[in-house]
Design a protein around this ligand. Structure first.
Ligand SMILES: [Zn+2]
Length: 157
């Protein structure tokens, strides 16, 4: 995938409740994705429009709207490729900067600050840690090892 300029904007989406898995993957790639299982499609679309987000949906009734990306395939990989074809961004640059559960940007934290929160082996072998301020989940480099990078490359093909 082509690398875009440094001022590239992070894409913003609103995923309907059938798209929860896709939403988590897009967040892992760095996209800003709201998704709430309690909201119906019409409510989510209003929220998406209020915030200028592209709506991702499997609801056929919405598919002709200009700010909606209707996603047919059941496979989340195919959905991901369809999203990136419509709104490309540099996934390698932005991947793993956002909590996949909360959609909150991760904050770098000192190694000492997470000593009690990660397994001893991880603490002993990892240098760089980041935390989600909302759910408290701690991420480290091994959270996304080579396997995850390869998976991203595979998804993009
Ligand atoms: Zn979180």
């Amino acid at each position: 995938m082509e690398t875009t300029g440094a001022m590239e904007e992070i894409p913003r989406f609103a995923a309907d409740r059938m798209m929860a898995r896709l939403a988590r993957w897009l967040r892992l790639l760095g996209a800003d994705v709201i998704c709430d299982q309690r909201l119906d499609g019409a409510t989510m679309l209003r929220w998406a429009r209020a915030e200028g987000r592209m709506m991702l949906t499997r609801d056929m009734r919405l598919r002709t709207a200009p700010d909606v990306l209707y996603l047919e395939p059941d496979d989340f990989r195919a959905q991901l490729r369809a999203v990136l074809a419509r709104r490309p961004f540099d996934v390698h640059r932005h991947a793993f900067t956002r909590c996949s559960r909360c959609n909150v940007a991760l904050r770098r934290v000192a190694r000492e600050a997470v000593a009690e929160r990660v397994p001893p082996y991880v603490y002993a072998t990892q240098e760089s840690f980041a935390r989600c301020d909302r759910c408290g989940r701690v991420y480290w480099e091994a959270t996304h090892p080579e396997r995850a990078r390869r998976e991203i490359d595979r998804l993009m093909r």
